[in-house]
Design a protein around this ligand. Structure first.
Ligand SMILES: Nc1ncnc2c1ncn2[C@@H]1O[C@H](COP(=O)(O)OP(=O)(O)OP(=O)(O)O)[C@@H](O)[C@H]1O
Length: 374
């Protein structure tokens, strides 16, 4: 293995209370999270939630209004963008079009005044790492989108950064190619052990690449957890509906027992949850249930809602049913398909059984009431 394997000076990134506004309103408020040395973390959230602003602050492209960013032992406020030892990859490749692939990769090394002979060796090493040996003399326009993005990655790591920042790096590529590059990146990151922060709005990308996710919404952090914990134990309604799919049922807490809670839904049906929720009787709530937690039956029973099938679509190994409840709201169910699975006819009325042991309950107006499952 080339010496690049030991090249990364593993450093921990710590973001503490970062706040920034471009004008009046804060684009991000009090953002705090850590990326452990050698870890890969994804900043995930919808467009405009402030992900790139956090990345720009770490890279030194903007000076945050408040907060601290520490890389290793260094407070980055005192270090220029150039001297931070950070490699960056953007969505639009940002290669120099008039420089060859080798010259592009060598560029940050030349800026660092790395001697010519070492520069050449390092470029060859990088080309091999991103599987582009023999492409050094080409111009960027003579490469495919995926190859250009590999050059961008090679250029970002050539200078042996202690932190790699990726801003929607595969956003411009088609799905299949994106997946290939994600696998490659993961392999490269593991080999080199570079502390990595990736910004994406694509939840699948974030879940497949990152050890931990930082979920952002409207300039705030909503949850920091492993991909599985975020899916299974979402702390807010936003996280629950942003990661994976979730049906929402609105209702009111009607009864609280020692080990169960009764909820009357707006459509008139009722649910009994096998645990006592931390709400008062009369609280308006939103119950969320993932499609795989809805089971269809031909008979009514406890925790079932009458539902009329709109359409049932086979999606690979699953069968997805879109249905309408009696109040006109939609409900989606998904089941694993087997040889005996019957596809219901559109218009058929069935009973959707809600898995109340797995569903989540949030305050009905999450903006005004502190979040989390009760
Ligand atoms: N240079 C700027 N001047 C003024 N407002 C800005 C500027 N850059 C970003 N904003 C605003 O700050 C907020 C956060 O933007 P940011 O680019 O950080 O979000 P994002 O989550 O990265 O979005 P996207 O996924 O669309 O890139 C948005 O409301 C955006 O309009």
């Amino acid at each position: 293995m080339p010496d690049i394997a030991t090249m990364a000076d593993r450093k921990r990134l710590s973001v503490r209370g970062v706040t920034h506004s471009y004008g009046g309103q804060n684009a991000v408020s009090d953002i705090s999270f850590d990326v452990e040395a050698g870890e890969i973390v994804a900043l995930l959230g919808p467009s405009g939630c402030g992900k790139s602003t956090v990345l720009r602050a770490i890279a030194g492209l903007i000076q945050p209004k408040a907060g601290k960013i520490i890389l290793g032992d260094d407070d980055l406020a005192h270090i220029s963008a150039r001297s931070r030892g950070i490699g960056m990859v953007f969505q639009n490749y940002a290669l120099f079009p008039h420089l060859t692939v080798s010259e592009n990769i060598a560029y940050p090394l030349a800026c660092q005044k790395v001697p010519r002979v070492e520069r050449k060796a390092r470029v060859e090493e990088m080309l091999a790492l991103v599987r582009l040996d023999g492409y050094g003399n080409r111009l960027p326009r003579e490469l495919s989108g995926g190859q250009q993005q590999r050059v961008a990655v090679a250029r970002a790591i050539a200078a042996r950064p202690s932190l790699l920042l990726l801003d929607e790096p595969f956003g411009a590529l088609d799905r299949a190619l994106r997946f290939d590059l994600q696998v490659e990146l993961l392999h490269l990151q593991k080999t080199l052990g570079i502390t990595t922060l990736i910004v994406t709005h694509d939840q699948e990308e974030a879940q497949s690449l990152a050890n931990r996710l930082v979920l952002m919404n409207k300039g705030n952090v909503e949850q920091i957890d492993t991909p599985m914990a975020v899916y299974d134990r979402p702390k807010t309604l936003f996280v629950n509906t942003f990661i994976g799919q979730a049906n929402m049922l609105h209702g009111t807490v009607a009864a609280l027992e020692a080990a169960s809670t009764g909820i009357v839904l707006e459509n008139g049906s009722s649910l009994r949850l096998p645990r006592r929720l931390n709400f008062t009787v009369g609280s308006r709530v939103t119950v969320t249930v993932r499609p795989e937690e809805v089971r269809l039956s031909s008979q009514p029973g406890e925790n079932t809602l009458p539902a009329t099938v709109t359409v049932s679509v086979p999606l690979g190994p699953s069968l997805v049913h879109d249905m309408v409840l009696t109040d006109g709201s939609g409900l989606r169910a998904a089941e694993v398909r087997g040889p005996a699975t019957v596809i219901p006819e559109p218009g058929m009325t069935l009973f959707a059984e809600i898995d109340t042991a797995r569903c989540h309950v949030f305050p009905a107006i999450p903006e005004t009431i502190p979040s989390s499952e009760h």
